[in-house]
Design a protein around this ligand. Structure first.
Ligand SMILES: Nc1ncnc2c1ncn2[C@@H]1O[C@H](COP(=O)(O)OP(=O)(O)OP(=O)(O)O)[C@@H](O)[C@H]1O
Ligand SMILES: [Mg+2]
Length: 306
């Protein structure tokens, strides 16, 4: 049985992939890395918070390349913030980030090429990519010794403006278009010390080609190697609906595939996994699950199965 079939079968066995009825919870089921044997790692989490679906752009105070995040607005969107303490959603993302961090900084034989480059994607629109990306970035930024660069690589429909209140500044596409522009020119620092942002930048009709360009390859190499102790997490477009996402996926060390509970069909998940077969490490987040069988704490809902 292939790894893909195994991962999808695991979801099916758990009754995770069925039809219809969206709802507000999260769980994760990382796919095994083929490079690391066939263990399937799975953990579940749930969330009771319902974010404001029509949240207006969070106002931020912007001084050149440094913003103060509006944590109140972010919380309304369901984002984990440092001042909240031990909430259920914070616990969920603590569980979700752990295998990603382990993979990212594995050394020796288990080392994953560009493991610190993590792309969050989904098959279709609205499954929760941006929600999970920003929450993961925030959760990792709260680690003692980890810094995070959050990249809005959904260049056609960026979400940073909506969730973080920035996005009109120069960003990813601008660096790719203007060879005189340096990465340092466009990075935005935040008042969360370990969190830096890179916006999608100016829209461009050839964004797929730009993301597939040598400049993008060079930029990713720089991001992966120059900041080897940093996690770079990419919000991205839906895989089955855009070519940009596929181009990006081919260059990542790890992929997080967000699957919307009771909405995305098993067939769709299988097809999506096929599209990203080139990436050795694919993790699944089962998002917006209505019910959650685990307990309140990490230990009670984290388990491994073969
Ligand atoms: N676990 C969750 N609990 C509650 N609400 C959620 C959850 N995940 C996502 N949402 C909500 O679902 C909606 C869609 O989420 P989000 O914008 O993250 O999806 P997306 O996959 O990035 O969409 P797009 O493809 O348009 O970029 C948002 O209103 C978000 O707040
Ligand atoms: Mg999005």
């Amino acid at each position: 049985m292939s790894i893909i079939e195994k991962a999808a079968g695991q979801l099916e066995k758990e009754g995770k992939i069925s039809a219809k009825q969206p709802s507000p919870d999260v769980s994760i089921s990382p796919k095994p890395a083929s490079a690391q044997g066939n263990d399937t790692l799975r953990s579940e989490v749930s969330q009771s918070h319902t974010p404001d679906p029509v949240a207006a752009p969070a106002p931020t105070s912007l001084t050149s390349k440094r913003i103060t995040l509006n944590l109140t607005k972010m919380r309304q969107y369901g984002i984990v913030t440092p001042d909240e303490g031990r909430t259920q959603i914070a616990e969920q993302f603590r569980v979700i980030k752990r295998p990603l961090l382990t993979n990212a900084f594995n050394k020796g034989a288990d080392m994953i090429k560009n493991g610190n480059l993590i792309m969050v994607t989904s098959a279709l629109a609205g499954e929760g990519k941006s929600f999970c990306t920003v929450n993961l970035a925030m959760s990792i930024a709260m680690e003692m010794d980890r810094t995070v660069l959050l990249v809005d690589a959904d260049v056609a429909r960026p979400s940073m403006p909506k969730i973080l209140g920035c996005g009109t500044e120069r960003g990813l596409l601008d660096i790719l278009l203007d060879e005189n522009l340096d990465l340092a020119d466009v990075l935005i620092k935040t008042d969360i010390e370990k969190l830096t942002l890179l916006t999608a930048g100016r829209r461009h009709s050839h964004s797929t080609e730009l993301l597939a360009s040598q400049s993008m390859g060079a930029l990713l190499k720089e991001l992966a190697q120059r900041y080897a102790d940093r996690i770079v997490i990419f919000d991205s477009p839906p895989l089955l609906l855009t070519s940009e996402a596929r181009v990006l996926a081919s260059q990542m060390g790890q992929i997080v595939l967000v699957v919307e509970a009771e909405t995305t069909s098993q067939q769709t998940v299988k097809e999506t996994l096929r599209q990203i077969e080139s990436c050795d490490v694919v993790n699944l987040i089962y998002n917006k699950a209505r019910s959650f069988s685990g307990g309140e704490y990490y230990g009670s809902y984290y388990h491994e199965s073969a």
